[in-house]
Design a protein around this ligand. Sequence first.
Ligand code: NAD
Length: 398
Amino acid sequence: MKVAVVKEAAPAERRAALVPEAVAKLRAAGLEVLVESGAGKGSWHPDKSYAEAGAAIVSRDEALSAADAVLTVGPPDQQTITRLRKGQALLGMLSPLTDPVLVRQLADAGVTAVSLDLIPRTLPRAQAMDALSSQANIAGYKAALVAAAAYGRFFPLLITAAGTARPAKVLVLGAGVAGLQAIGTARRLGAVVSGYDVRPETKSEVASLGATFIELTAVGPASGEGGYARELTAEERQAQQEELAGHIAQQDVIITTAQVPGRRPPQLINASAISAMAPGSVIVDMGASELGGNAEGSQPGETVVTGNGVTIIGAGTLPSTMSAAASAMYARNISALLLYLVKDGSLAVDLSDELQAGVIITRDGQVVHPALAEPAAPTEPALADSPGGTARVDGTSH
Ligand code: NAD
């Protein structure tokens, strides 16, 4: 069986689906590995390193035509989709819940599409394949560093001959994998940290990291299915924003990580809360994407300074900025999934297996994942109430 790594479709994406170490592992398992020349450049892995690990360095054309399975980090672009052929497998973080158009295209192409971002994370055997967690860990760590770098004062208490600096007050909104890592990292940098989440079970996790958990009286527990949060109602959202505003005004730095799978990132910080923050405060919005963000006015990939001097950093793609570490972890995740799916040298699809049924989204011309059976239904209501205009389910906004 031949597997191929191609250059990522998104121009800013620096990660690669495999690193040389993973190539060696797949070779040892009997797979042939093709790597498009230059695919590892962004993560500091030259072609030579892949070749030494046993990969064949090939052109994009060769990789796409010869591969039984194409491995990517993010979704493919249109040009790549048209090159995929019937029966070929595509493994990557395909964001199928927010991109039904791509799902349909992959089904029409007869591709067996496998989306790592749908992995059933609570299954013990899926943990080595949990790319959402590995990448969220990196993102949370980097978010704290980005915040510290943008903040014009110290994170720790510093007593010097030239004066004493008080520690920064950092609030982390959303205490999942990324949020807990951001809390831990900000704490290690010496900040006074608090955390908030709608899932009450996160209270003890936040406290175990030495941070203070903020409890809101206006919003009740909002745990949803599978350990995720449910989407709040419009009334709950407003009550949450209003009560959070009081806490936000007292912070020097806010890191937002809140997500609800398949939905627009919830807006937790509105313009009025931002206007009450002190000049020099920093918001790092990890939810920032074309679909919106956790902070009103945040722009994906951009830094905006408001009229009252608050720096808002749209940081939705942080794992790519730590491409070497992120690629190494992702390569372990995707290799583990690939080896789980391969039996006797070919892909052995078995949709009666809970793990496989959780990650395989298209097969033999059909959309086979239960969560995607009617793809427009779960996303449209959430996307229609965009604060900054309407966003379409194909990921574009207008
Ligand atoms: P996520 O990225 O989907 O969301 C990040 C956080 O945002 C979550 O904690 C969520 O509760 C929070 N959030 C959503 N809406 C919010 C709102 N309106 N206000 C405040 N906070 C809001 O979550 P994640 O980091 O991927 O983790 C989600 C869950 O998956 C957790 O329960 C985690 O323990 C679980 N998990 C389990 C395993 C495992 O069992 N092996 C592995 C990884 C994660």
